[in-house]
Design a protein around this ligand. Structure first.
Ligand code: S3P
Length: 164
């Protein structure tokens, strides 16, 4: 069984996933990190040079690689759920956790970072628009955890309790 973390940008998927994997003695796998390693480009470089469509196809390939093994904690990119094939694959033999946060918390967490091409420009507006657009796509998880007011350890604990 794998634990798959889905959710919007800035909800803590990578941070929590890495710690959770260490705590549970599972392997950690991050689809964005995998894409960067395989393409030799950062996510912003990939978007700039080849566009979002190419990124999404790299992402689908990363999801396939992620699911090749069992016993992993898998952190995904915020848009992974937009592709139904990704969702179908990720849901096989996995416990799916959706991390959430309110829009102000997300903004505070991502505002100083330049690594999210889809938020370039008016970040607050883009966050609000994408959160609305994507809401239905995130309704595929086994549990939902609001990380806005929780420490990393508290979120970890909630996942472990639910996964038992
Ligand atoms: C994206 C989220 C990013 C990354 C890419 C696209 C999205 O990952 O995959 O910039 O479409 O929401 P994080 O959710 O880890 O920021």
């Amino acid at each position: 069984m794998n634990i798959v973390l889905i959710g919007f940008m800035g909800t803590g998927k990578s941070t929590i996933g890495r710690k959770l994997a260490a705590k549970l003695g599972m392997e950690f796998y991050d689809t964005d990190q995998d894409i960067e390693e395989v393409t030799g480009m950062t996510i912003p470089q990939l978007f700039k040079k080849h566009g979002e469509i190419r990124f999404r196809s790299e992402e689908a390939a990363a999801v396939k690689r992620a699911m090749r093994k069992d016993g992993r904690v898998i952190a995904t990119g915020g848009g992974v759920v937009l592709n139904p094939d990704n969702v179908a694959l990720l849901k096989q033999n996995s416990f799916m956790v959706c991390l959430t946060a309110d829009k102000d918390t997300i903004y505070e967490r991502v505002r100083r970072k330049k690594n999210r091409p889809l938020l370039h420009g008016d970040m607050q507006k883009n966050i609000e628009r994408l959160l609305k657009e994507r809401e239905p796509y995130y309704q595929v998880a086994d549990i939902y955890i609001d990380t806005s007011a929780c420490s990393v350890e508290e979120v970890e604990q909630q996942i472990i309790e639910a996964f038992k």
